[in-house]
Ligand binder design. Structure first.
Ligand SMILES: [Zn+2]
Length: 193
């Protein structure tokens, strides 16, 4: 029952702490121009988890350079948000995985659990089967997975990382593994700049 943990508010508090660590690391590195980074979070209204996220954590951690003439934005990787997708990253993985496999969950059931409609769920499946395998990230990362078939994404990733359905640490490892795709350009397709 992978989805029980995703209904748990404290799980999202835990992932928020991981995001804070990732953000602290990015801030320490500073801007590529040598400038300092100041907090400039994006307000978000993420769907699929407890709503609103506990503790008003409904924003994506982000920074702006403090130097005049630069002001460049730096958005660190996240274990909560998957690029510009409205739904929380873990939900985008889990629902697509639950829709797949030997005994797929019905769309109606998934809609009741996570609020995503049929078209949204179909888009996520396309994302995992058609877009994700083409990314520069996956072209490199796939080497870690022996005999993983693209048709089994993202279920095969869940099975590779989640040894216990209710393990926060297992989810953390999976979401950290995928975090490079959550930044701008992270879903670029290999060969296209
Ligand atoms: Zn700068």
């Amino acid at each position: 029952m992978y989805h029980v943990l995703l209904r748990d508010a404290s799980f999202w508090g835990f992932l928020f702490q991981v995001d804070q660590d990732l953000a602290a690391h990015a801030r320490q590195q500073g801007c590529s121009c040598g400038g300092r980074l100041h907090g400039a979070n994006y307000p978000r209204k993420p769907r699929g988890g407890p709503a609103p996220l506990p503790g008003s954590r409904d924003y994506r951690l982000s920074f702006c350079c403090d130097r005049d003439g630069c002001r460049k934005r730096t958005t660190p990787p996240s274990v909560r948000f998957l690029g510009r997708k409205v739904y929380l990253g873990a939900v985008v993985i889990l629902v697509a995985a639950m829709r797949h496999g030997p005994s797929p969950r019905r769309v109606r059931e998934l809609t009741e659990l996570f609020g995503a409609d049929r078209r949204t769920i179909a888009r996520w499946q396309d994302f995992w089967h058609e877009h994700f395998p083409q990314t520069a990230f996956w072209k490199v990362a796939r080497g870690r997975f022996v005999r993983l078939a693209i048709a089994d994404l993202p279920r095969a990733l869940l099975e590779a990382f989640l040894h216990r359905a209710d393990s926060r640490e297992d989810w953390k490892r999976l979401l950290e593994f995928l975090s490079p795709i959550t930044v701008t350009g992270g879903l670029a397709i290999k060969g296209i700049s």
